[in-house]
Design a protein around this ligand. Structure first.
Ligand SMILES: Cc1ncc(COP(=O)(O)O)c(C=O)c1O
Length: 445
C-alpha cells in the first residue's frame, strides 16, 4: 500500500510502527481514518506510541465496551489462562463455556428449548445464524436492510448492505434488501418511514419462502440511525403473521450500551434469535448466537471452529456480563448518553444536522447546512482526522456521521472534554485546516 501523508506529524515511533504495518499487514483488513499507532490503553484513554493520550470515543468499534485494561477482565483472563481446561469446546466440555451459555440464556428473553452457539466474532455469529435458519426451515430467502452490517465473511457479509454497496461482495442471490426507517431522512415522496419499510417487508414476506429477517436495532455502521419508536414491534408482528424468524443483531450496540441490557428491549420485542459479539469479550474474540434448539442443534458439526468456546474467552465473557451488572453500567450508559447528546446539542453548530442515540450508541450527523441537510462526508473525514490531531479518537459511519460510542466507563469529565475537542475539530475542519491530500490516504469506508 502507498504510504499516506501525515506520518511526519505524529511521534517518530508511532510513524515508524505505522510504516512497518503498511509493509506487512494485509490492506484488506484495514479501515483507517487517521494514522493511529497505539502503545497501550486504560479506561477510556488510548496511548499513542510516544506517550500522547487520546480520549477514546470508539471503544474500538464498541469491542472494548468496559474500557481498556479493565482490572476485573485482566484478572479473569489471567486466572483462566493459568490452568486452562483445554483450548476449545469442539470435542470436550468445560465449565466456562457451559457456564457462559447458561448465563446468556438467563439474560436473553425467550421461550422453549434454546441453545447458544459460541463463536469468535460478530461475523461468524451472524453467518451461522443465517445459515442455520435457512437450513432448518427449508426456506431459502432472507430479508435484511440496506446499509446494514452483519459481518465481514460468508453469508453475513453477502447480507450486509454496506459491503454490497461498496462492491466488496456480490449480494446473496436469495437475500432481499429493504430500507431502514430513518426519521432524519424519510422517503422523499412524503411516506412515513415506518409505513414505507413495513410495506416493503410485507410484500417480500407475502411472496413466501422467507426463512428470516435480520435487523440491527439501531443501524450502526450504516450511520447510527435510530429508528422510530415501535419499529421492531412492527417487524415482530409481521414475522409472527407470516411465520418468519426474527433475528436481532445486537453485536454492535447490545449488552448495556443502549442504556438497557439489550437494544431490542427498547421496543419490547422477543426475538427468535439474538447475536452478540464485540463487548462480549471486551477485546477478546468471542461471540454468541442464541435461538431455538431445533435451529442450533442440527445438523451436527455444521459450524466448527476449533477454539470456539475456549476457556479464556469464555471466562472473560462471563466476567464481562458480571461487571456490566455489578458496576451498574446499564444505568451509567443511559446517563452518560444523555450528557453526550445534551453536550452536542448545546454547541448549536450550524454543520451538525442531527444528534441521535440511545445510551452510549450515538450518531452526530454532519451536513453542509441545516436548510438542505445535505450529508457532508468530506467534512466528517476532516473532522475525525482533526479530532485525532487534537486528542480524540472518533470514527465515521454512513459517510457523514460521527459515531460516538465510548467505553461504558467513560467519566463526565472525559465526555465534556471530548465534546470541546470535537467542536474545535469541526471549526478547524470547516476552516480547511486538514488538507484533502492528507485525507486521501485515510479513505475509511
Ligand atoms: C451490527 C454488527 N453485526 C456484526 C458485526 C460483525 O462483527 P465483527 O466485526 O466483530 O465480526 C458488526 C461489526 O461491526 C456489526 O456492527
Amino acid at each position: 500500500m502507498k504510504e499516506p501523508l501525515g506520518l511526519d506529524s505524529i511521534a517518530p515511533g508511532a510513524a515508524a510502527l505505522y510504516r512497518r504495518d503498511l509493509a506487512v499487514v494485509a490492506g484488506i483488513e484495514k479501515l483507517r481514518f487517521f494514522p493511529l499507532a497505539l502503545e497501550s490503553g486504560h479506561g477510556s484513554t488510548l496511548v499513542e506510541v510516544g506517550g500522547r493520550e487520546l480520549i477514546d470515543l470508539t471503544a474500538t468499534w464498541t469491542a472494548a465496551g468496559l474500557g481498556h485494561g479493565h482490572p476485573r477482565i485482566v484478572e479473569a483472563m489471567t486466572k483462566a489462562a493459568k490452568t486452562p481446561p483445554g483450548a476449545g469446546g469442539l470435542s470436550a466440555v468445560h465449565h466456562e463455556s457451559v457456564g457462559l451459555a447458561e448465563e446468556l440464556l438467563a439474560i436473553v428473553p425467550g421461550t422453549g428449548d434454546r441453545r447458544v452457539y459460541l463463536g469468535h466474532a460478530g461475523s461468524d455469529a451472524c453467518d451461522v445464524a443465517l445459515r442455520a435458519v435457512r437450513f432448518n426451515s427449508g426456506k431459502h430467502k432472507l430479508v435484511v436492510f440496506s446499509n446494514s452490517y452483519h459481518g465481514g465473511i460468508g453469508l453475513a457479509m453477502a447480507a450486509s448492505g454496506v459491503h454490497v454497496d461498496a462492491g466488496a461482495v456480490v449480494a446473496d442471490s436469495d437475500t432481499a434488501f429493504v430500507d431502514y426507517p430513518n426519521p432524519f431522512r424519510p422517503p422523499t415522496d412524503g411516506t412515513d418511514p415506518l409505513v414505507a419499510t413495513y410495506s416493503q417487508v410485507e410484500a417480500l414476506f407475502a411472496v413466501g419462502d422467507v426463512a428470516a429477517i435480520m435487523v440491527e436495532p439501531m443501524l450502526a455502521d450504516g450511520g447510527m440511525v435510530v429508528p422510530p419508536p415501535g419499529f421492531l414491534k412492527g417487524i415482530e408482528t409481521l414475522c409472527r403473521r407470516y411465520g418468519v424468524l426474527l433475528c436481532v443483531d445486537e453485536v454492535k450496540v447490545g449488552l448495556g450500551r443502549p442504556g438497557m441490557m439489550h437494544a431490542f428491549e427498547i421496543d419490547g420485542v422477543i426475538p427468535d434469535i439474538v447475536c452478540f459479539g464485540k463487548v462480549l469479550g471486551n477485546g477478546l474474540p468471542i461471540s454468541a448466537a442464541i435461538g431455538p434448539a431445533e435451529i442450533f442443534d442440527g445438523p451436527a458439526a455444521a459450524a466448527l471452529l476449533t477454539t470456539a468456546g475456549n476457556p479464556i474467552c469464555s471466562a472473560v465473557a462471563r466476567e464481562v456480563l458480571k461487571v456490566i451488572q455489578e458496576e451498574d453500567l446499564v444505568r451509567r450508559s443511559a446517563r452518560a448518553g444523555e450528557r453526550i447528546r445534551a453536550g452536542f446539542t448545546s454547541l448549536n453548530h450550524p454543520r451538525i444536522g442531527d444528534i441521535r442515540g440511545h445510551g452510549l450508541a450515538n450518531g452526530i450527523e454532519l451536513v453542509t447546512d441545516k436548510e438542505s441537510n445535505t450529508p457532508d462526508g468530506a467534512l466528517a473525514s476532516a473532522v475525525v482526522y482533526r479530532a485525532f490531531e487534537l486528542g480524540v479518537c472518533v470514527y465515521r459511519v454512513g459517510g457523514n456521521v460521527l459515531e460516538v460510542t465510548p467505553p461504558l466507563v467513560i467519566t463526565d469529565q472525559e465526555i465534556d472534554r471530548s465534546i470541546e475537542i470535537v467542536n474545535q475539530a469541526i471549526i478547524d475542519a470547516v476552516a480547511g485546516k486538514v488538507s484533502p491530500e492528507v485525507l486521501a490516504g485515510y479513505a475509511g469506508w
